[in-house]
Write a protein that binds this ligand. Structure first.
Ligand code: AMP
Ligand code: ZN
Length: 476
């Protein structure tokens, strides 16, 4: 069972998918004009843990993560985010490249960062630039249904036409504060209307033909177009960071529900921000980190992943180097423990231990089932480590029990998603020596001796595989 906090209803609700056994997740992906920062990576790790836990529960998950490579304008601190220069075009100027080169470069960098963080790849990463016709089609439908209007080649969503506007963020038209930063466009009927399509000035690089002339899409429309294309009218879960609640997700609801007449997403999952030393990350303060800054200081991406897991996704987390150092210590503790269990489980001892481990699994599931409480789940894991380490030091942990605990941990770890290095480096000298002798015997066509040496190596708990230029040894 999984209870999830739903931003739409503002309470924890029991999760149930629309179609039995299957879950459709749409995750707002990166705007590929720069490297992802560690705040963005917190958001993608949070939705990864969500997906992993749903898979742990046996659901077949389909996750779509869009790549924003057009239409996200620089002034996204202004309420409706439909003014300023296109972020892609600006980066292209900065780096003296084409917007396409910028997009492909940072998209690849993003995919590498996700891989390094052990974030499961989405089943598809659709690009906004490849879905302009789908966006145009929805805009046409919205115009037909009276939710949008065109003026001078610009198309705006008429927020007064959609009674549900504000249901996600609480920013209903009555509540929207006059003081909020809002840049009024002369063609808008109402100040809170937002752009679906904007007329492109002559010098604008990323522009497309449309029924309203040459222009480019607003930022919000791409997600409505790509989610329906790959997941259908109604999503089980839509994810993103807290800054997306308004205006981005509020606009997505107005567009999608306005066009289809159906509920857009059953669950809205939002992570809160990552701060740095108690402050909001910003380039000007110099407290803005990307993954490379972390690894250059000698940390592994898994230390960052464990740092994320150590706080609840719905609480602000404060990044600091000592906090990352602590996560590293905790990671090493888990890795060392896991290594000891692996070694022990190879020995031949057996016993009839009772299965108290089931209790641990229940604790883990009740923590994760309560709105993905990873810090609590981790504290149960650390208790298990303390208990097992004591048994190991007292020599009272048998191979069978070690195997059992290891299996429980590996199952939990399908959700934590921590990666551990292979034990390749720990091949003892004597085994390496036997392997060298065996290679010599083989080269001299002394196959009986080679076979005997292989047997010796295997009896010591290692496997040897012949490859083109020699051999590979690994622990069994
Ligand atoms: P963007 O590329 O700006 O659309 O952001 C990508 C994702 O990162 C979105 O889900 C944002 O809500 C999220 N995000 C941005 N800044 C932070 C932060 N400081 N902490 C956590 N999530 C963030
Ligand atoms: Zn989106």
């Amino acid at each position: 069972m999984l209870k999830l906090y739903n931003t739409l209803t503002k309470k924890k609700e029991e999760f149930a998918p629309l179609h039995k056994g299957k879950v459709a997740i749409y995750t707002c992906g990166p705007t590929v004009y720069d490297f992802a920062h560690i705040g963005n990576l917190r958001a993608y790790t949070a939705s990864d843990v969500l997906r992993r836990y749903l898979e742990y529960l046996g659901y077949e998950v389909r996750q779509i993560k869009n790549i924003t490579d057009v239409g996200h304008l620089t002034a996204d601190d202004i309420a409706q985010a439909d003014t300023g220069e296109d972020k892609m075009a600006k980066a292209a100027r900065r780096e003296k490249k084409t917007p396409e080169e910028i997009a492909r470069f940072y998209e690849n960098a993003f995919r590498r960062d996700e891989e390094a963080m052990n974030i499961l790849p989405a089943h598809y990463f659709p690009r906004a630039t490849a879905h302009i016709p789908q966006m145009i089609k929805i805009i046409e439908t919205l115009i037909e249904k009276g939710h949008a209007y065109e003026k001078n080649g610009n198309v705006f969503y008429d927020v007064t036409s959609f009674p549900g506007y504000g249901k996600l963020s609480g920013n209903t038209l009555d509540n929207l504060k006059v003081g909020a930063r809002l840049e009024e466009h002369p063609d808008k009927k109402h100040p809170w209307d937002f752009a679906l399509w904007l007329k492109a000035p002559e010098e604008h690089i990323l522009k497309y033909d449309s029924p309203w002339g040459v222009g480019y899409p607003g930022w919000h429309i791409e997600c409505s177009a790509m989610s329906v294309e790959y997941l259908g009218d109604t999503l089980d879960i839509h994810t993103g960071g807290e800054d997306h609640i308004f205006p981005h997700h509020e606009a997505e609801i107005a567009q999608s529900e306005g066009a289809t007449g159906k509920k857009f997403a059953n669950f809205w999952f939002h992570n809160r921000f990552l701060l740095v030393d108690g402050e909001k990350m910003s380039k000007s303060k110099g407290n803005f980190y990307i993954l490379k800054d972390i690894t250059e200081k000698g940390f592994d991406p898994m230390h960052l992943r464990l740092f994320y897991l150590s706080s609840h996704y719905r609480k602000q987390a404060d990044f600091s180097w000592p906090a990352l150092e602590q996560a590293k210590t905790n990671y090493n503790r888990i890795a060392e423990w896991r290594g000891k269990l692996e070694d022990l489980s190879k020995s031949r001892q057996t016993d009839n231990s009772n299965r108290t481990l089931n209790v641990r699994v229940r604790y883990f599931e009740s923590a994760m089932g309560d709105d993905l409480n990873t810090p609590l789940a981790l504290s149960h894991l650390h208790e298990l480590i303390t208990e097992t380490n004591k048994q190991i030091s007292e020599n009272s942990l048998t191979a069978e029990k070690a195997r059992e605990i290891l299996a429980v941990f590996e199952k939990m770890n399908t959700v934590f998603g921590l990666r551990f290095p292979e034990k390749e480096k720990e091949i003892p000298e004597e085994i390496k020596h036997l392997a060298e002798e065996r290679l010599k015997a083989r080269n001299n066509k002394n196959f009986q001796e080679a076979d005997d040496l292989r047997q010796k190596i295997e009896e010591s708990g290692f496997e040897i595989e012949d490859i083109e230029k020699g051999y590979k040894i690994r622990k069994k």
